[in-house]
Design a protein around this ligand. Sequence first.
Ligand code: PEP
Ligand code: MN
Length: 346
Amino acid sequence: MLVTMKLHATAEEIEAVCRKIESMGYRAHPIPGSTRTAIGITGNQGPVEAAAIEALPGVGECVPVSKPYKLVGRELKEETTIVDLGDGVRIGGKELAIIAGPCAVEGREQTRAIAEGVAAAGARLFRGGAYKPRTSPYSFQGLEEDGLRILAEVRRDFGLKIVTEAIDVESMDLVERYGDVIQIGARNMQNFSLLKRAGRSRKPVLLKRGISATLDELLMAAEYILSEGNYSVILCERGIRTFADHTRNTLDLSVIPAVQRLSHLPILVDPSHGTGRREKVRPLSRAAIAVGADGLMIEVHNHPERALSDGNQSIEPSDFEELMREIRPIAAVLGRTVAPGSARPV
Ligand code: PEP
Ligand code: MN
């Protein structure tokens, strides 16, 4: 069930409706829209007694939500959510969100060199894992808190917002302290306790699609986060497992318009994991922007041949600069913009 408030409903009226919903034993999720506020109701097992709510001042109407997800759907909120990270960096707005950086933070010199390169090319967000979910327990697992400290330095010295992964509930406390956006990886997309913990965080969450997840499963995973009160969620398509063997994964660009039809959450594309091959990253980046993605997440390494993880799909900073040059006119066709590069660290 969702309650749509009238056009000029006051903050007090919205508050009173939320209190009423909570007094009935449910949870209220007020979501402001461009013209009016909608209030999602969760926690009800059966139908909600709409009459008691409709009688309150400022209430337009109560409408049942047809989809299994209540809070991520466009039924609740028509316009796309913009996740505002401050300092003019927004995800889901007119300017595309470009996140770039190494798969893993391997050390200070490596990380700073890459940050300098991607900032110069126009990235406003920096990625890098301090905790790595690896297929093999013998592979590099990440620098943990030392890696997070290096990322904090990158934010300070290059003015980049930090996107970094929490692989479990234990790492979440540190990741949310140091990062600007908490990444939840493909392997964890249905780790429901981690999703709930992320839902109680005050930092935005970047949720990657699981390697075999359907669109509904992706949206339901996001619903877990919103249902706990965190409405700043960004989705990310990163390729799914298919029979194709010319790529590591099959980048499912058709999911972008499908998500956008159903959900108000912004969606990015990660062509690095999506293809697993360096030479395919630029072409698929161009395609992702053309299909209408809200931005990209790209793995960049200054020495891909020496990378401790995902070297095969990492591009060099010069290649990233070229990628940025290529997507600018494509973005313009769609009425989107790409931030200009900064020649030197801020
Ligand atoms: C990553 O972004 O480096 C990563 C591990 O991604 P995914 O969870 O999509 O495999
Ligand atoms: Mn990676």
